[in-house]
Design a protein around this ligand. Structure first.
Ligand SMILES: Cc1cc2nc3c(=O)[nH]c(=O)nc-3n(C[C@H](O)[C@H](O)[C@H](O)COP(=O)(O)O)c2cc1C
Length: 398
């Protein structure tokens, strides 16, 4: 079961679960094989009631695995080995039952166990009766999968095997095939090294108090995800945030602006593109006390000193990477953004309205570059991040 596949040949593990649409998986396997993609089929026990493993074995030219307890596998580790020897897992059709299992991390058969043990992307193509799909439990499970970075293809709307009409049909084999071809295409930033800063910084006053801001890190984390999707090797340097880590090569957590600068000094030596999204505190206390300061009735004056300008540091390097700055403004957005771009000599500056963007799940972005001003109308931050990465890739490659 070790990978003996030729270099550059893409490998896909096709999981098939128990639904009428299982018959479409045979056509899908045929299209993938024709396109020189190596396909390893794994079927649940229920799937075998709908389509015979022999069909998949003949189409893929490989034994089809169905059992967790398979004595023909030399080390009995099919659940690990199969998930390591693939570039992506596609479960098509994905039954309501299977979606529920992987949303909850269950692993009681071979396919669910190797989905849990995977270290590659997971794509599912749901197929079920419309009422099964619309059931709040299934909707919750699909939302969980989305949060867990699982890609969901479909389902489509139309006539169902049960005689009803509605949402729940699995996408057709050729539609799934096109989505897989797209997945395997090299991204716009393939193998480019992208360094991103995100979140706020926290500048300690004493052991328990500090100066920070309302940045949630959502925009920076979304950009890190979008850059990874575009094939970049992403290093993300993040201030204190409460977000699940995106799929990046390296995540460095820091607290203060000084720590962020030290991490950026290290990492910017090896990057092609630098995207400065973090809301770095402009000032820090002149003295940071190790002990908690005691309350008193006196007025208290806090002396502040300016923090280093991290973006300026990178932009002024002898061989600077392609630098993208962010500006969060409450007013006169265009005036402040163009002034900041000019002062720091940046090829691209991204501006947004602080009161609409900070902490929110959606925002409007206004991009300023040598060609002028481009507005990305209000949308979820991940959509904006993908649009921004497209824009950066176009400028960077020009
Ligand atoms: C004739 C028949 C058709 C079925 N079609 C579907 C279907 O299209 N989608 C689905 O989610 N479940 C369907 N089911 C129910 C699943 O097969 C059942 O939930 C099973 O436990 C799924 O097992 P698996 O997720 O391990 O493959 C069907 C059951 C039968 C008997």
């Amino acid at each position: 079961m070790t990978s003996k596949h030729p270099l550059n040949k893409k490998r896909l593990l096709l999981g098939i679960t128990g639904g009428i649409a299982a018959y479409k998986a045979a056509e899908l396997a045929r299209l993938l094989i024709q396109d020189n993609i190596e396909v390893q089929a794994v079927m649940t026990e229920s799937a075998c009631h709908f389509i015979g493993p022999t069909t998949l074995q003949a189409l893929t030219g490989k034994p089809v695995y169905t059992q967790l307890w398979d004595e023909s596998v030399s080390n009995s580790m099919a659940h690990i080995d199969l998930s390591r020897a693939t570039d992506v897992i596609l479960v098509a059709p994905a039954s309501a039952d299977f979606i529920a299992k992987i949303a909850h991390g269950l692993a009681d058969d071979l396919l669910s166990t190797l989905c849990l043990a995977r270290n590659c992307p997971l794509i599912v193509a749901p197929a079920m009766n419309r009422q099964m799909l619309e059931n709040p439990a299934t909707q919750r499970n699909l939302a969980t999968l989305q949060q867990d970075d699982v890609t969901i293809l479909g389902p489509a709307h139309g006539a169902q095997a049960c005689g009803e009409t509605g949402p729940g049909r699995m996408l057709e084999a050729d539609e799934l095939f096109k989505a897989i071809q797209h997945f395997f295409q090299p991204g716009r930033l393939q193998d480019q090294r992208v360094l991103i800063t995100a979140g706020p910084t926290f500048e300690a006053i004493d052991a328990v108090r500090g100066i920070t801001n309302l940045s949630s890190g959502k925009m920076g984390f979304a950009i890190a995800k979008a850059a990874s999707e575009a094939g970049a090797e992403v290093t993300l340097i993040s201030g204190p945030v409460c977000l699940a880590p995106p799929p990046v090569k390296k995540l460095i957590r820091i607290t203060s602006a000084t720590e962020m600068l030290a991490a950026v000094e290290n990492e910017s030596k090896h990057c092609d593109i630098f995207i400065s999204v973090a809301a770095v505190a402009d000032y820090r206390p002149a003295i940071s006390h190790a002990q908690k300061l005691k309350k008193s009735d006196d007025h208290w004056t806090l002396a502040l000193v300016p923090n280093p300008d991290i973006l300026q540091y990178v932009a002024n390097l002898p061989n600077p990477p392609f630098c993208v700055g962010f500006a969060a403004e409450t007013n006169d957005i265009e005036k402040h953004a163009t002034a900041k771009r000019r002062k720091k000599n940046l090829p691209l500056l991204v501006a947004n309205l602080a009161q609409e963007a900070i902490g929110a799940d959606e925002n409007t972005l206004i991009l300023f570059d040598d060609h002028g001003k481009h507005t990305l109308p209000r949308a979820p931050k991940i959509t904006q991040a993908r649009r921004l990465i497209e824009h950066i890739a176009s400028l960077y490659q020009a």
